[in-house]
Ligand binder design. Structure first.
Ligand code: DAS
Length: 325
């Protein structure tokens, strides 16, 4: 009997249920992971499977994947992956997500993007965004500067995406390209993931507009219809898990995007070939302290070791000290 492989469509029975679905990669040999017809994924112990058989072999195996030829008239977009939930799979044994999709996997999972633009896709870091620091902002900016595309999409963890978007807004002086950060609140291997709409809307926005600058593309609300393109310097993640967690602060969204249309909401900078990109990289030694001012603030809070030698103005000690209310 043909041994089932990732991507095969199988049918079978467990002690209590019937099964139909596509075989997914599974980290544990004793488990079988299936993407059910409903789009949801399950992980089953092999010992509970009474019978299972291959109904249809995987359509395109990795080796005979057709070469992607650039399509005339389409813009070129480079997707730079940095990890995060967007590129993660759920480990159904522990419920944790592990960043594990390759750029090729993601292009296979979202083939529609190849009809929107000519896509290049590569991994520049595979990390959760809570671990990002100023060195990573510099690294991402240099990778962007090394690209020769009409637009860049950065896939990124959501927890600190707005920090990276703000940092890139400062580093990429006179950028004459759209640089759109996007991510996912639910991992790409789950039927309920928000990754697909976020990525496709970001690509559609780049393909269909003359916007330049740094933005964030995430869901507008809990429905799977529209995304908002938010200003890179004035946005924040406002909720830990909602799909519409991102909001612009003291500014409106730049645009509303969906699978078909783009509707600008605010004025935006347009492509201008007189602009010449200048990288204003952060000093890797920079240290930033943020003290939240609050009623009853005590002087002792200013005297904690972290804030020692921090000056209220940038100084040669590379300390920057901001009081936020
Ligand atoms: N793991 C968190 C991060 O990398 C959440 C996420 O990826 O969205 O920001």
């Amino acid at each position: 009997m043909y041994a089932m492989k990732e991507g095969d469509y199988v049918a079978g029975k467990t002690i209590s249920d019937e099964l139909h679905g596509v075989v997914m990669p599974s980290k544990k040999s004793e488990k079988i992971a299936l993407k059910l017809d409903s789009g949801y994924n399950i992980s089953i112990d092999r010992k509970n499977v009474r019978e299972i058989s291959v109904i249809e072999r995987q359509k395109t195996s990795k080796k005979d994947k057709e070469k992607i030829h650039p399509k005339q008239g389409l813009k070129s977009i480079t997707i730079l992956h940095t990890g995060g939930t967007f590129a993660s799979k759920v480990d159904y044994g522990t419920g944790a997500v592990s960043a594990s999709f390759s750029p090729e996997d993601l292009l296979e999972m979202f083939p529609e993007i190849k009809d929107i633009a000519n896509i290049k896709s590569r991994l520049i870091r595979n990390m959760f965004s809570e671990d990002m620091n100023f060195n990573h902002y510099n690294l991402i900016a240099k990778e962007i500067a090394s690209e020769n595309s009409d637009g860049i999409i950065i896939t990124h963890g959501t927890d600190t995406m707005h920090y990276t978007a703000a940092a890139l807004s400062f580093i990429l002086k006179n950028i004459n390209l759209p640089v759109i950060l996007t991510g996912a609140q639910r991992s790409s291997d789950r039927g309920s993931s928000d990754a697909f709409l976020n990525l496709i809307c970001a690509a559609n926005f780049i393909a269909k507009t003359d916007f330049i600058g740094v933005g964030i593309c995430m869901h507008e609300n809990l429905n799977d219809e529209n995304c908002l393109i938010l200003p890179g310097l004035k946005s924040r993640k406002m909720h830990s898990s909602r799909r519409d967690a991102f909001r612009s602060i003291n500014s409106g969204p730049i645009a509303r995007a969906n699978l078909k249309n783009i509707e600008f909401i605010s004025s935006h900078e347009r492509k201008n070939n007189n602009r010449k990109l200048e990288l204003k990289l952060f000093n890797p030694e920079i240290k930033v302290g943020i003290l939240k001012a609050h009623p009853g603030l005590k002087i002792e809070e200013l005297l904690i070791p972290l804030f020692e030698n921090i000056h209220s103005r940038p100084s040669k000690s590379h300390f920057h000290f901001f009081i936020s209310s």
